[in-house]
Design a protein around this ligand. Structure first.
Ligand SMILES: [Zn+2]
Length: 506
């Protein structure tokens, strides 16, 4: 397949140029459990990480352990009462809060489980932390495979998502960048992110998804944004069985046009892996390479890039995909043969990274694809003739204010992303002292005593970085920051929606 590449005159670097990549991973994330039979399995993040470790990819990037997002960080998008509910609800006490469960849609798709709130804090903290890294300009690409929970709404859980880490990360990027592009290749429509930015011209959302009798029911090609946001939402509705070639016949021309007319300062790419062939809940027929082609293409524009996870329910394929895409981010072609490691058994009988797509029918006819491409490009061409967005002064840089932390933050963890070093596999995994060339910043962080297990023993959690995850920007829903028109309140400007279950236990 054509490896693509930007033809933009503004693209300064050749695609082959190395990118500075950072990666966020919380060793505990794989232990969260949605419940028996639930298709969302955070364990897939740990499997992905194990592949990265055993392929030797961790040494090629800076690895950070995320700081949990604090309640007030989450409230920059979410409603206070919803966040307070997520913090307080437990499997034991949920029966006493039936009304709230219903109100916030915490139900079968989005169950209450042990550690729910800390899970939300973890994946959201990682996405926001990754956005902060990009804002600082020391990294070209930041990765958080535990993020990408695109269905969560301001005051409602949806589609296995509770907190919308993507919206929070975009809000962070907007402090530095006038325009942020969001691209979503999960099989489901990126409804929560689209809705949040539906009426602003500072964020363009582009979603490629299965449409028609499918969760969440939104994402019609005619849903294009509203008010100032008109033409800043792009929806690409697809049908069952789409293959690599059909997918790229839309993805590349549409994204090339988007980059040309919107010229974002940063790009967020949600890499939901339920669009892969053979997904437990999905019905597309993409190969890992076809999926990763989207990453390769967006990387080629050489704009700060945040890579997030998302859906993905055949977990061995999710790990394959995100491992391969990490390689793409690094500019490394990962070997097909999976190295032996603790989750090796998942990858049998072939033990390869790539899996052949199936022979399922591609219901996306050439005519249908042409019509969609033409319509999407036509909408985008309307932007070309609009006056460009006025440059707005950005909010001040985030300052780490310890006093304020003490007053407002009751969390035990502090606000610093913790860098982890990963020794080569052949090396002894015993802790070493801090490298001399790295500054040892004294903090009260718990980096010494905590127990690490299994492959996590490979981590040497050293060299904490003092970097705030967020600044004192008022919640968007109350005070608008730097000219961003609005983050949407639930209202009648929302796109049309029919209701379909994402998952029902039968
Ligand atoms: Zn999905």
């Amino acid at each position: 397949m054509d490896s693509g590449g930007s033809s933009l005159p503004s693209s300064v670097a050749a695609d082959a140029r190395k990118r500075r990549v950072c990666y966020f991973y919380e060793p505990e994330v794989g232990n969260y459990y949605y419940g028996q039979g639930h298709p969302m399995k955070p364990h897939r993040i740990r499997m992905t990480h194990a592949l990265l470790l055993n392929y030797g990819l961790l040494q090629k990037m800076q690895v950070f352990r995320p700081n949990p997002a604090r309640e007030r960080d989450l409230c920059r998008f979410h409603a206070d009462d919803y966040v307070a509910f997520l913090r307080s609800v437990t499997p034991e006490t949920q029966q006493e809060q039936m009304r709230a469960l219903k109100r916030f849609n915490v139900c079968e798709d989005c169950p209450v489980f042990d550690g729910l709130f800390s899970f939300c804090q973890t994946y959201a903290g990682a996405s926001v932390g990754a956005a902060v890294k990009l804002n600082h300009g020391h990294h070209d690409i930041a990765i958080n495979w535990s993020g990408g929970l695109h269905h969560a709404k301001k005051c409602e859980a949806s589609g296995f998502c509770y907190v919308n880490d993507i919206v929070l990360a975009i809000l962070e990027l907007l402090k530095r960048h006038e325009r942020v592009l969001y691209v979503d290749i999960d099989i489901h429509h990126g409804d929560g992110v689209e809705e949040a930015f539906y009426t602003t011209d500072r964020v363009m959302t582009v979603s490629f998804h299965k449409f028609g009798d499918y969760f969440p029911g939104t994402g019609d090609i005619r849903d294009i944004g509203f008010g100032k946001g008109k033409y800043y939402a792009v929806n690409v509705p697809l049908d069952d069985g789409i293959d690599d070639e059909s997918y790229q016949s839309l993805f590349k021309p549409i994204m090339a046009k988007v980059m040309e007319v919107f010229q974002p300062g940063a790009v967020v790419l949600q890499c939901g892996a339920d669009s892969l062939s053979g997904d437990r809940l999905g019905c597309f027929n993409l190969s890992v390479k076809g999926h990763a082609e989207c990453v390769k293409y967006m990387r080629s524009f050489n704009v700060p890039l945040l890579l997030l996870g998302g859906g993905g329910y055949t977990i061995r394929n999710v790990a394959r995909c995100w491992c391969y895409e990490t390689g793409v981010a690094l500019g490394v072609e990962v070997e097909d043969r999976v190295p032996e490691h603790e989750y090796y058994g998942y990858f049998g009988p072939d033990y390869t990274l790539h899996v052949a797509p199936s022979n399922m029918e591609n219901k996306n006819s050439r005519k249908l694809l042409d019509d969609i491409r033409i319509k999407a490009l036509e909408n985008l061409s309307k932007l070309q003739h609009m006056p460009s967005v006025q440059f707005q002064e950005r909010p001040p840089d985030m300052e780490f204010d310890e006093e304020d932390e003490d007053q407002e933050c009751g969390d035990e963890r502090d606000d610093h992303d913790e860098e982890m070093d990963f020794p080569k596999l052949s090396e002894d995994f015993k802790c070493k002292s801090l490298p001399e060339n790295k500054q040892n910043i004294k903090t009260d962080m718990d980096i010494d005593g905590s127990e690490v297990k299994n492959h996590q023993e490979a981590f040497q959690r050293l060299n904490p970085k003092v970097e705030p995850v967020s600044s004192e920007v008022p919640a968007y829903t109350k005070d608008m920051v730097a000219g961003l028109t609005t983050v949407n309140e639930p209202s009648d400007v929302k796109p049309h929606c029919e209701t379909f279950p994402l998952f029902s236990k039968s």
